[in-house]
Design a protein around this ligand. Structure first.
Ligand SMILES: Nc1nc2c(c(=O)[nH]1)N(C=O)[C@@H](CNc1ccc(C(=O)N[C@@H](CCC(=O)O)C(=O)O)cc1)CN2
Ligand SMILES: Nc1ncnc2c1ncn2[C@@H]1O[C@H](COP(=O)(O)OP(=O)(O)OP(=O)(O)O)[C@@H](O)[C@H]1O
Length: 197
């Protein structure tokens, strides 16, 4: 019997990636500006530690958001785990941070053990995604990096709020869900703030 599930996810990925890549530079920068205002509006605590990402493949650009968060807090970026290659570490990011290209061609902080921040030290995790639905399901690039890294998140005493950030065109009615998928607490787009619980 043919298993159509992975195909469905693959087909969805392809179409949603094409849609975000079709946004014009003007639409991208307006989306980035609006998203930054949305994120500022949900940041309740001063001195927050927020994980971001550097946009790739048409993802919504967090540059204005990161600048805003750095003004009264700490920003970290994901780094591919040097040993497992399948998990993410989060390292602090400032203008002085030495950067390197990872195997996907995405810029990330050069490995520095003193810059690593634990998941439990974060208030917000801003997570890139390819697709989302209003129930909090997330479709990523297909590496399983965030899902593996967050697999035990509910065992933490202090767990960060998981925030999926995306363009509005990345929303679908209902995503296929896999057993390892870790649901999002919140989804923020340029025009929506969706609380999933
Ligand atoms: N901006 C950003 N950073 C991130 C992620 C992300 O989704 N976005 N990740 C979230 O997990 C991790 C990297 N995961 C990624 C997984 C696949 C591809 C990618 O472009 N895949 C290509 C195939 C590349 C290859 O075969 O080498 C593709 O699908 O076309 C990129 C990043 C960590 N950093
Ligand atoms: N907690 C986990 N433990 C072991 N393997 C996992 C786990 N989570 C995901 N995987 C594996 O990773 C692969 C990719 O998963 P999936 O398609 O859900 O990735 P994704 O959510 O799109 O990617 P990402 O989380 O990097 O954005 C799957 O084949 C799955 O087996």
């Amino acid at each position: 019997m043919t298993n159509t599930k992975p195909l469905t996810r693959r087909a969805l990925r392809q179409s949603l990636r094409a849609q975000r890549n079709a946004l014009s530079p003007g639409q991208q920068s307006e989306a980035a500006r609006l998203l930054s205002e949305q994120i500022q509006s949900i940041m309740t605590q001063p001195n927050s530690t927020v994980a971001g990402y550097l946009a790739n493949d048409g993802e919504i650009d967090l540059t204005p958001t990161i600048k805003g968060c750095q003004q009264n807090g700490v920003v970290t970026l994901p780094v591919l785990h040097p040993f497992t290659g399948k998990h993410l570490l989060f390292q602090t990011f400032t203008e002085q941070t030495e950067m390197t290209l990872n195997r996907f061609g995405i810029s990330e902080p050069a490995l520095n053990s003193t810059a690593i921040r634990l998941l439990s030290q974060h208030h917000l995790l801003l997570m890139p995604l390819v697709g989302f639905d209003a129930q909090g399901n997330r479709l990523g690039m297909g590496g399983g990096f965030y899902d593996r890294t967050l697999a035990n998140i509910n065992a933490l005493k202090n767990r960060p709020t998981l925030v999926g950030v995306a363009h509005d065109c990345q929303q679908v009615d209902e995503l296929p869900v896999e057993p390892w998928d870790v649901p999002l607490d919140l989804i923020v787009t340029p025009t929506q703030i969706i609380s999933t619980r």
